[in-house]
Design a protein around this ligand. Structure first.
Ligand code: SF4
Ligand code: SF4
Length: 481
């Protein structure tokens, strides 16, 4: 028996002869079964190539355990460094009114003239005062709705006030407006240009796919109106400042390649293949719009391979895979509030509803819109920053929302790259912390992570270059056909 010390790790058999091992700091290795058996039985020769790999990735140490532990701690701290940016993403619901009526609207938007759902300027100012109490040096303010351009005076007042406070506090504030674009005016776009406001819009795919869900109040598809405004927005604000998101529904699940082709045709800088969230109208319409998470994973991995193939001729990242590959292949933290441990809810992102109510996540306010205010942390107009962000409710929620302490995540080989979502847990099980086995969240992330490791295991040089070009956002890493 050899005297090396084995450090904690998780493992899974990906194929008959390939064992995936991942340690506490997220380093991974594939080992053949026989080598794995030798290693765990302390009989792997310390002179072997595999032993050197295991030691350099800190799966074990021979003599100097203290140094190996210090390296593990340093890598762990780096991976969790997103926690230092408390709280960077702040979403303001400028109004719940909308000029559209999308089939899957997760916020259950209100009628165009229902002004009671508008945020007032007074509330917006209180919200911004609260945002600037966050320790982060780089607050990002995202204007959401409904359709925020319908309450434009409050958007402009918020931007001007936030810029003033940022200057006083020497902070670097950035803005995003989430808009369906169909009603946006030239002067609104010019304001976005002048104040460096990025535009995040929605495009579900080519005309028939987009129009099947994204409709105006009379039930007509919005594709034509969207395309016209997309062109204007790109001209005025700049192509790099206009991004689009898609939502996969039963209408597009079997046509994801068509969705990708539409994004490529329009010169978009990538795509995020998103599954449907079960909130608002999407929950009411789940029989028509929904699908099983197993089918989503299957179709996601299928289209991901298609996108990797496309990258042989054009730089076009799939953004969810990019995020996960980045976690797998680099030691750095990736800010993505929906998939973090501890959960990003409240500590990485927070949302301020039109009436000033503060929620730890967008989905929490969607839940409130469905009648359940369980996650409401307080109100920006009446509660103090300390009450909300250092209060008992957020502390209790965060301390339970860790994969490291949740079953079966604590024993899962994908733990270092995954996260947890207390709001979704509560919606599905009535409890913020639940057994994740067989939950749609787990089926999705386990399935996708397994698929990504499979891609890595079989990757040729071209595929590796493509993956690194996505992670580093450097198209020149790939020699294209
Ligand atoms: S999804 Fe967005 S654009 Fe569509 S109805 Fe809801 S708020 Fe309006
Ligand atoms: S949710 Fe599933 S995939 Fe993610 S860590 Fe937990 S058990 Fe693993």
């Amino acid at each position: 028996m050899n005297q090396y010390t084995i450090f904690p790790f998780q493992f899974a058999r990906l194929s008959q002869n390939d064992i995936l091992m991942v340690n506490e700091c997220g380093d991974f290795l594939f080992l053949p079964e026989d080598i794995f058996q030798l290693f765990v039985n302390h009989t792997l020769p310390e002179t072997s190539e595999y032993f050197c790999k295991l030691k350099s990735h800190i799966f074990c140490a021979d003599e100097n355990i203290e140094i190996a532990l210090q390296k593990t701690a340093a890598r762990y701290r780096t991976r969790k460094s997103f926690l230092r940016e408390f709280t960077s993403l702040h979403m303001m619901v400028i109004t719940l009114r909308c000029n559209q009526h999308c089939e899957y609207c997760q916020v259950s938007c209100a009628d165009r003239d229902a002004h009671k759902y508008d945020m007032s300027k007074e509330t917006a100012i209180k919200v911004i005062d609260m945002i600037f109490q966050s320790p982060t040096q780089r607050p990002k303010i995202e204007f959401q709705g409904g359709e925020p351009t319908l309450n434009w005076d409050v958007v402009t007042a918020s931007v001007l006030y936030a810029e003033k406070i940022a200057l006083q506090q020497n902070k670097n504030v950035s803005f995003v407006i989430c808009t369906n674009l169909t009603g946006i005016t030239t002067s609104q776009l010019e304001f976005c240009k002048d104040h460096n406001i990025a535009i995040s819009t929605s495009l579900d795919g080519e005309r028939s796919i987009h129009d099947s869900c994204r409709k105006d109040k009379s039930g007509r598809g919005t594709y034509d109106a969207f395309m016209e405004k997309l062109e204007t927005a790109r001209k005025i604000v700049g192509e790099d400042m206009v991004g689009a998101l898609m939502t996969t529904t039963a209408f597009s699940l079997n046509k994801l390649k068509d969705v990708v082709d539409e994004y490529v045709r329009l010169g978009m800088d990538g795509i995020f293949i998103r599954s449907l969230n079960p909130y608002g109208f999407a929950a009411e319409q789940s029989a028509t719009l929904g699908y099983s998470m197993e089918s989503f994973v299957e179709k996601y991995l299928e289209v991901l391979k298609y996108i990797i193939g496309l990258n042989a001729r054009v730089f076009f990242p799939e953004q969810f895979a990019t995020l996960l590959f980045s976690r797998i292949l680099s030691p750095f933290a990736t800010g993505f509030v929906d998939l973090q441990s501890p959960s990003g809810a409240g500590i990485s992102g927070a949302i301020y509803d039109f009436d000033g109510s503060v929620f730890p996540a967008d989905e929490a306010r969607m839940l409130a819109r469905m009648g359940d205010r369980h996650f409401c942390l307080g109100n920006a107009a009446t509660s103090s920053y300390h009450d909300i962000f250092a209060g008992r409710k957020l502390k209790e929620m965060t301390s339970g929302a860790c994969v490291e302490t949740t079953f079966p995540c604590a024993f899962c080989v994908y733990q270092a790259f995954c996260g947890t979502d207390p709001v979704r847990n509560y919606l599905e099980s009535g409890s913020e912390v639940r057994n994740m086995s067989h939950s749609p969240f787990c089926i999705k992330h386990k399935g996708i992570l397994r698929g990504l490791f499979d891609i890595l295991r079989k990757a040729d040089d071209m595929t590796k270059d493509i993956i690194w070009s996505w992670i580093t956002y450097n198209p020149s890493l790939v020699r294209r056909i």
